[in-house]
Design a protein around this ligand. Structure first.
Ligand SMILES: C[S@@+](CC[C@H](N)C(=O)[O-])C[C@H]1O[C@@H](n2cnc3c(N)ncnc32)[C@H](O)[C@@H]1O
Length: 505
C-alpha cells in the first residue's frame, strides 16, 4: 500500500474564509516578497484557499501538502503550476526548506486523533495532551530556512496551556513573533468557534531587533470584511482604529509563563495580594450530587448529621460585590474510616450515598481516603480559622464581562469552583479594587484568559500586585464599594472606575 491510499481520511478539514487567507498572504513581509524565487508551502492545503490567493498574488514557487487523498486530488487538478504532495506533514521528510510556510493547520486534541497520527504528534510536541496544531507549528519551524516566516491562523490556547510549554519553548528558542493578530471570539469557521490568532513568526538566531506588534480586537464581534480592511489599515497607519488596538511589546522570553496579547501594565508601588490577604482554593467533593443536602431534608436528620452540614458559596452564588444564596453539603470527617461507623452515626446520609457507592469509588481519591470521603478538603483548617471573618469569593473560571469578586460575612466554605480571599486589610477596599475595570485590564495583562473565560487561579491571584494607594484613596474606594455592597446597587461602579483610573494612570 502506498502513502496515498493509506491516508484516505481527512483530519479536521475546515475551510478558511477567502478574505482571511488573502489577509494572511498579504502579511508575507516585504523582505520575502523581494525574493522572487521564495519557496512557499501551504501545510494542510485542503481545497486550496491559500494556494488560490498565492496564485492571485503571482507567487510562482509554491507547494502544498495534504493528507487527504481527495482534497489532494482537488488541489493537484486545480493548481497545475504548483507542486502538491499527498503526505502526512508530521513525518514528512523533504530535502528542501521553505522561506514561507503559511496556512490553517488542523486543530484536534490528541485523544480525538487516529492512532497513527497520535504518535507523530507526541514525537513532535512531547505531550499526550497536545493538540495536533502544536505539532504543525513545531514541524513548520523545523522546515523553515533561517530568516523564514511562519504565518498561521491557530487557536489561542497554546499561549497559556500547560501542555503547550514545549511549543512555546520551540518558538522562543528558534525566533520570535513579528506580528500577532488576536481575533478573540470572532466566529470565523463553519461550526467551530475557537479563539483564534494569526501570527507571523520569524525563524532567526538573532535577537529580535524590534518589539512584537499586536493587533487586538477591541470588542467581541467583527465581520470578516471588517477584520480584513481594519488590519490592513492599522498596519498601514501604524495606529489603533475602531476595530483593533495597536500596541507593541517585547517578545516573550519564558515558556513557563502564560503568554498574552494584552499590553503590559506597570504599577509603580505595590504589594502582592498574599501580603494583604489569605488566598485559597475551595473544597472538592468529586461527587456533588451524593453530598448535597436540600433544605427540606434537614427535618429528617439526627443531631450527628446536622453537625456535619456545611454551607458553601459556589460560583453561581457570586453576584459581583455580594453573594446570593448558598448550597449545603455534608462532610464526613477523614478520621472516620469505617463504613459501619458512617452507617451508624449518619444513617440518612449513608442511605443517600450508598446508591452511588460504585461510582464514588471510581473517583480519584488519595490513599488515606474511603469512598464516603470528600476528594480534597483543601485548606479546610484555614477556612475554619477564618470562618468568622469577611471573605471575598470569585469564580475560578468566569465568562462574565465584569469581575465577580463577591463579599460575604456568613460562615461559609468555598466550593471547588471558587477562590476565597480573606483580607487582613479593609475588605471593602479590596472588594472595590478587584472589581474595578483597571484591575480586570491589569489581570488580563497577566494572561488570565482561558478560552472564552477569565481564570482566577490561586497562583496568579496570590502574587498579583495590589497598588499602594494613599490612605485617603483607600478610604474612598472602600466607601464606594461598601455603598454598592449594602445597597446591592451597581450604579456607583463608574465612580469607582473613574477614581482608580485617575489615580493609577
Ligand atoms: C483546518 S483545515 C484547513 C484547510 C485549508 N488550508 C484551508 O485553510 O481551507 C486543515 C487541513 O489539514 C489537513 N491535514 C490534517 N492533518 C494533516 C497531516 N498530518 N498532514 C497533512 N495534512 C493534514 C486536513 O485534511 C485539512 O485539509
Amino acid at each position: 500500500m502506498n502513502n496515498v491510499e493509506h491516508f484516505s481520511e481527512s483530519i479536521s478539514f475546515v475551510e478558511t474564509p477567502k478574505l482571511i487567507a488573502r489577509l494572511m498572504v498579504n502579511l508575507i513581509s516585504s523582505k520575502i516578497i523581494m525574493k522572487r524565487e521564495a519557496l512557499i508551502l501551504d501545510s494542510g492545503c485542503g481545497k486550496g484557499v491559500f494556494l488560490e490567493e498565492l496564485l492571485q498574488a503571482s507567487y510562482k514557487n509554491v507547494e502544498g501538502i495534504e493528507i487527504d487523498s481527495s482534497l489532494y486530488e482537488t488541489c493537484k487538478t486545480k493548481f497545475r503550476e504548483f507542486k502538491i504532495h499527498n503526505k502526512d506533514y508530521l513525518d514528512w521528510n523533504y530535502d528542501k526548506k521553505f522561506d514561507i510556510i503559511i496556512g490553517n493547520p488542523p486543530y484536534s486534541h490528541y485523544n480525538s486523533l487516529p492512532f497513527n497520527i497520535r504518535e507523530k504528534v507526541f514525537t513532535l510536541s512531547k505531550s499526550r495532551e497536545s493538540d495536533i496544531y502544536y505539532a504543525f507549528i513545531i514541524k513548520s519551524i523545523n522546515l523553515l530556512k533561517e530568516d523564514g516566516e511562519l504565518i498561521y491562523i491557530v487557536p489561542y490556547s497554546f499561549f497559556y496551556n500547560t501542555f503547550a510549554k514545549y511549543v512555546r519553548e520551540k518558538i522562543i528558542t528558534n525566533g520570535y513573533f513579528e506580528l500577532v493578530i488576536d481575533l478573540d471570539e470572532v466566529r470565523l469557521f463553519e461550526g467551530e468557534n475557537p479563539e483564534t490568532i494569526i501570527f507571523r513568526f520569524r525563524k532567526s538566531k538573532l535577537k529580535p531587533s524590534d518589539n512584537t506588534l499586536y493587533l487586538q480586537l477591541k470588542g467581541k464581534k467583527a465581520s470578516i470584511s471588517q477584520i480584513f480592511s481594519q488590519v490592513r489599515l492599522a498596519l498601514k497607519k501604524q495606529e489603533s482604529n475602531e476595530i483593533f488596538h495597536y500596541h507593541k511589546k517585547k517578545m516573550f522570553s519564558s515558556a513557563d509563563d502564560v503568554w498574552t496579547t494584552h499590553p503590559v501594565i506597570r504599577i509603580p508601588k505595590s504589594k502582592p495580594l498574599h501580603d494583604l490577604a489569605f488566598v485559597g482554593v475551595g473544597l472538592v467533593s468529586g461527587y456533588e450530587k451524593a453530598f448535597q443536602i436540600k433544605e427540606e431534608e434537614i427535618k429528617y436528620l439526627n443531631f450527628n448529621e446536622k453537625s456535619i452540614i456545611k454551607s458553601f458559596v459556589k460560583a453561581k452564588h457570586c453576584k459581583g460585590y455580594w453573594t446570593e444564596g448558598e448550597t449545603k453539603y455534608f462532610i464526613i470527617d477523614d478520621k472516620i474510616t469505617e463504613e459501619s461507623e458512617v452507617e451508624d452515626s449518619f444513617p440518612y446520609f449513608y442511605d443517600k450515598i450508598e446508591i452511588f457507592k460504585e461510582n464514588m469509588k471510581k473517583r480519584y481519591l488519595p490513599k488515606n481516603k474511603s469512598w464516603f470521603h470528600w476528594q480534597a478538603l483543601r485548606n479546610i483548617k484555614k477556612h475554619d480559622l477564618y470562618s468568622e471573618k469577611p471573605k471575598i469569593f470569585v469564580p475560578t473560571l468566569d465568562r462574565s464581562l465584569t469581575n465577580r469578586f463577591s463579599l460575604t460575612y456568613d460562615r461559609v466554605y468555598p466550593s471547588g469552583d471558587v477562590l476565597t480571599i480573606v483580607p487582613n486589610v479593609n475588605p471593602f477596599f479590596l472588594l472595590g479594587y478587584l472589581n474595578s475595570d483597571f484591575f480586570r485590564k491589569y489581570f488580563l495583562s497577566y494572561g488570565a484568559r482561558r478560552g472564552h473565560r477569565m481564570a482566577f487561579t490561586q497562583r496568579v491571584m496570590s502574587n498579583i500586585k495590589i497598588p499602594i494607594f494613599e490612605k485617603e484613596v483607600i478610604t474612598r474606594i472602600a466607601n464606594i464599594a461598601k455603598e454598592i455592597y449594602i445597597k446591592k446597587n451597581l450604579k456607583h461602579k463608574d465612580e469607582l472606575n473613574i477614581l482608580i483610573n485617575r489615580v493609577l494612570d
